[in-house]
Design a protein around this ligand. Structure first.
Ligand SMILES: C[S@@+](CC[C@H](N)C(=O)[O-])C[C@H]1O[C@@H](n2cnc3c(N)ncnc32)[C@H](O)[C@@H]1O
Length: 208
């Protein structure tokens, strides 16, 4: 796995004055990152950065059949980067307002992650996204839990309230059962489309 840089190059991090590239950041990319599991094809000026605290997850992500069969890795592998980074320890190395899209898949329903960390993920997403950038939040593992942020005594609306407090507003919500559910979800997570739990969702937000 030596070809994965520890840090994506400067032109990906948005520090150059001219940055014509489109940057797509996957926070907590895990072993099935959106760039491999999703069916969205990268274009030549699209760059993907998976951010993951565990080196073992990054290594696993690259060794799955999903990765090996990925058209993105095959055709535009040079546009795919992974950053080993713990969101709790430091800020992301991206410039403010430099990223087109941030994805958080199966993060907000994860009861191994505490509220303090959810806030860091969302604050960083808000900081690095361009003014017209998009935040994509989906949950296919514990979608019910995501809505109340794993706090059974909390509000069913806790996730949306936190997103709003973090500076986001909803653009679109697509739920299991909606006619465009599979099309939308499979851009990021094809494997879970087949599992069909029944209350999965994918939501799009923009900065307020
Ligand atoms: C449930 S997995 C989701 C993986 C993937 N996004 C998906 O949809 O399948 C959550 C991932 O977030 C990562 N994670 C949790 N806390 C983190 C942190 N503080 N910084 C970076 N990554 C973190 C975990 O290591 C794990 O791989």
């Amino acid at each position: 796995m030596d070809w994965i840089p520890k840090q994506p190059p400067e032109h990906i991090l948005g520090k150059e004055s001219q940055n014509p590239r489109r940057i797509f950041v996957d926070l907590g990319s895990g072993s099935y990152p959106a760039v491999f599991d999703g069916n969205r094809k990268l274009e030549e000026d699209d760059y993907y950065v998976g951010v993951e605290q565990k080196r073992t997850e990054i290594d696993r992500a690259l060794s799955t059949d999903t990765a090996k069969n990925s058209a993105n890795l095959d055709k535009l592998g040079g546009n795919v980067f992974f950053l080993e980074h713990n969101m709790n320890l430091s800020k992301l190395p991206f410039a403010d307002s430099s990223v087109n899209e941030v994805v958080m898949g199966n993060i907000l329903g994860n009861d191994n992650i505490i509220l303090h960390t959810f806030k860091i993920f969302l604050n960083e997403a808000n900081r690095i996204l361009k003014e017209d950038g998009v935040l994509v939040v989906f949950d296919t593992v514990t979608p019910g839990q995501a809505r109340y942020l794993s706090n059974p005594y909390g509000s069913d609306n806790a996730m949306l309230e936190l997103l709003e407090k973090s500076g986001f507003e909803v653009v679109k919500e697509v739920k299991y059962g909606d006619s465009d559910f599979e099309t939308e979800l499979s851009k990021y997570k094809q494997s879970h489309v087949r599992l069909k739990k029944g209350n999965e969702f994918i939501m799009y937000f923009r900065k307020k």
